[in-house]
Design a protein around this ligand. Structure first.
Ligand code: COA
Ligand code: AMP
Length: 641
């Protein structure tokens, strides 16, 4: 395939000298001390980027723009479809907010290297909190608001924060989520408690502050603003952690993905122009949540590092109030580039298939739509392209990388699109498809997608306090490579196709969930003897979890009441984000002769996909029972013959 894109020459330039490539990109940012080595192969688990350098991410995201003429430009635009609030915050105002909150934290003893957990809804104070921690050289860990107290507690236990910044409530359609009781319950569950909690009281529902521990956000920040307290950016090493973001692993214990300061800035800054085609001063909108990696990278850090205006949107693509909300936000704020998950567009398309609300708005500012977080189905891409008349770009990445592994770099000139493929590897990534023995397969052959080490800047150097788990989960299976745990293929033109996960992670409405974690939550119900959770195809959310339960022999209560309790239990333990609504009691689970539950086969049956009777199955009749149960309960796309 031919095109006028500069992608091939750029990728070749990176391949011929990766260190020179990234060093050039790094020159565009401000450093307190330059690096002694662009890449040091002997540092860290597999090497580290920009060793010897010192910097501050907040300085580059905020102060630098105030100093260079962007003080009066909007840095953040807050738009709440839940309350109708709209607020624009200039770079100068953002600096003053960040300094004041940093002063509050510093006063409570937060220093370089201390952890700060942020548990907040989509309000600008969430971004301010991240930047304030970064300013002090503290390490933030944002926890998504849809997680329950127990999940929050697991994260508090693992990273032992000195402070927690939270809000009294979040706003979901039809209900106000009281965050404060969840926060208090989580703190009750952990041994090592934070010294203080800074609580943003929202007018929709105030939280009760605990004397001696809780600080009222607004009062404390206002006091420092009035006093004009200055807080200089603390110099940290490029290799020091900026944040920890927990993501689903194969067990209930989430993995703390570590992001460094230096490499992260460099890769994200480069991506804004090269991948998204965005210049400083333009409006960028990532319709995600700060609790996810997309929110970290493209609501907060990348747009601000580039000097863009970033939209913080509180609401949903549908129902707040209708399927025209995204178009309204684009129109109101002159959004140039929108980035969201395919599930958001599937929700809009379901509600307004003809796109009849689109002509009510002026979308002339919009140049492109980027989709990520899950497989972008061709129907959704084609619908969006036809209705919006802009390029729709699928790109593939992971919490672990923090930015695109494979995409179509609009800023370098678009490559021809192959619907169903996120296009090609970005500079920094030598992507290879390997067979189970670790050997590269030929083009067009399905295999394990792996990235040859070293990973590029921004990718995780390790897991928080868990080098061995990092090696075990990502590096050991294919020596010399990072295992993405995605399966797929690369065609003759070098285009990647991402087909499925190779582990027990499922993707529900663009949210990454571990079936193992859901199984752990179910298994703690006293009537459940054994269980298996699979992700079943869903037209809106991509996948939804379904739990199969075997009850203890002495259970006499109706199975329906236990199924209901189990659904509630998962909501209580993991949170509403698990979207767990289907628990089904069965007599037996299909297993191999060695006792392994055949989840993959169950999933294929539920999805109506082709499946083969596993040679190692213990009792083949159980699969017929599962098929009957799915049919009787109307679960999955399974069509009875
Ligand atoms: N705080 C508290 N609860 C939350 C929450 C938050 N921040 N976010 C979601 N929830 C709740 C929802 O209210 C819902 O609760 P319910 O079971 O009482 O209805 C539950 O978690 C499941 O949420 P979700 O799977 O998101 O479903 P939804 O019906 O609320 O919305 C979509 C469906 C498709 C509209 C929505 O998922 C969406 O907009 N997705 C965009 C994709 C996205 O942001 N991806 C992130 C990575 S890019
Ligand atoms: P997360 O860490 O939550 O971003 O989830 C990462 C996982 O989501 C990947 O490993 C993929 O399985 C899936 N994913 C993300 N983007 C895409 C995409 N564009 N196409 C296919 N799968 C994707």
């Amino acid at each position: 395939m031919t095109s006028n894109s500069r992608y091939h020459e750029t990728y070749a330039r990176w391949q011929s000298d990766p260190e020179a490539f990234w060093a050039d990109c790094a020159e565009e940012l401000d450093w307190f001390e330059p690096w002694s080595k662009t890449f040091d192969p002997d540092a860290g688990v597999y090497g580290r980027w920009f060793t010897g350098a010192s910097c501050n991410t907040c300085f580059n995201a905020v102060d630098r723009h105030v100093d260079s003429g962007r003080a009066e430009q909007a840095a953040l635009i807050y738009d709440s479809a839940m309350t109708g609030a709209k607020r624009s915050i200039t770079y100068a105002e953002l600096l003053s907010e960040v300094e004041a909150l940093a002063a509050v934290l510093r006063e409570r003893g937060v220093e370089k290297g201390d952890r700060v957990i942020i548990y907040m809804p989509m309000v600008p104070e969430a971004a301010v909190a991240m930047l304030a921690a970064a300013r002090l050289g503290a390490v933030h860990s944002v926890v998504f608001g849809g997680f329950a107290a127990a999940e929050l507690a697991t994260r508090i236990e693992d990273c032992t924060p000195k402070a927690i910044i939270s809000a009294s409530c979040g706003l979901e359609p039809g209900r106000t989520v009281a965050y404060k009781p969840l926060l208090d319950a989580a703190i009750d569950m952990v041994a090592q408690k934070p010294d203080c909690c800074v609580i943003l009281q929202r007018e929709q529902l105030a939280g009760e502050l605990i004397e001696g521990r809780d600080i009222d956000y607004a009062t404390a920040v206002a006091a420092h603003k009035a006093a004009g307290t200055k807080v200089a950016c603390v110099s940290v090493k490029a290799t020091d952690p900026l944040y920890i973001l927990y993501t689903s692993g194969t067990t209930g214990q989430p993995k703390g993905v570590v992001r460094d300061n230096g490499g992260h800035m460099v890769a994200l800054h480069w991506s804004m122009k090269a991948i998204y085609g965005v210049e400083a001063g333009e409006v960028f909108w990532a319709a995600s949540d700060v609790g996810w990696v997309v929110g970290h990278s493209y609501i907060v850090y990348a747009p601000l590092l580039k000097g863009c205006t970033s939209v913080i949107f509180e609401g949903k693509p549908v129902g707040t109030p209708d399927a025209g909300t995204f178009w309204r936000v684009i129109d109101d704020h002159d959004v140039s580039v929108l980035f969201t998950a395919p599930t958001a567009f599937r929700a809009i398309k379901k509600e307004d298939p003809a796109g009849s609300l689109i002509p009510n708005y002026d979308l002339s500012s919009l140049r492109s739509l980027f989709l990520a977080g899950e497989r972008a189905d061709p129907d959704t891409i084609e619908w969006a392209q036809a209705k919006l008349e802009v390029p729709v770009i699928d790109h593939w990445w992971q919490t672990e990388t923090g930015w695109t592994i494979a995409g179509n770099p609009l800023g370098l000139g678009a490559l021809p699109v192959k619907v169903g493929s996120p296009t090609v590897p970005m500079p920094g990534y030598d992507v290879q498809v390997l067979n189970d023995e670790g050997h590269p397969v030929s083009p067009g052959t399905l295999g394990n997608i792996a990235v040859k080490l070293p990973l590029p800047p921004s990718c995780l150097p390790t897991l928080w306090n868990a080098d061995d788990r990092f090696k075990d989960a990502y590096l050991d299976e294919f020596p010399g490579y990072y295992k993405t745990a995605d399966a797929g293929l690369m065609d003759e033109d070098g285009y990647l196709f991402i087909m499925s996960r190779t582990d027990d992670i499922i993707n529900v409405a663009g949210h990454r969930l571990s079936t193992g974690a859901i199984e752990e939550a179910i298994a703690s119900h006293p009537s459940v003897a054994e269980c298996a959770v699979i992700g079943v195809e869903d037209a809106l959310k991509g996948q939804i979890p379904v739990g199969f339960l075997i009850l203890n022999a002495d259970v006499e209560r109706p199975t329906e009441s236990i199924e209901k309790e189990v659904v509630q239990q998962v909501r209580n333990v993991i949170g509403p984000v698990a979207a767990f609504k289907l628990a089904v009691c069965v007599e037996r689970l299909p297993k191999t002769r060695s006792g392994k539950i055949l989840r993959g086969t169950m999933q294929k049956i539920a999805d109506g996909a082709e499946w083969k009777m596993p040679a190692t199955i213990d009792d083949p009749t159980i699969l017929a029972e599962i098929t009957e149960t799915l049919d009787a309960r109307g679960i999955g796309t399974f069509a009875p013959s």
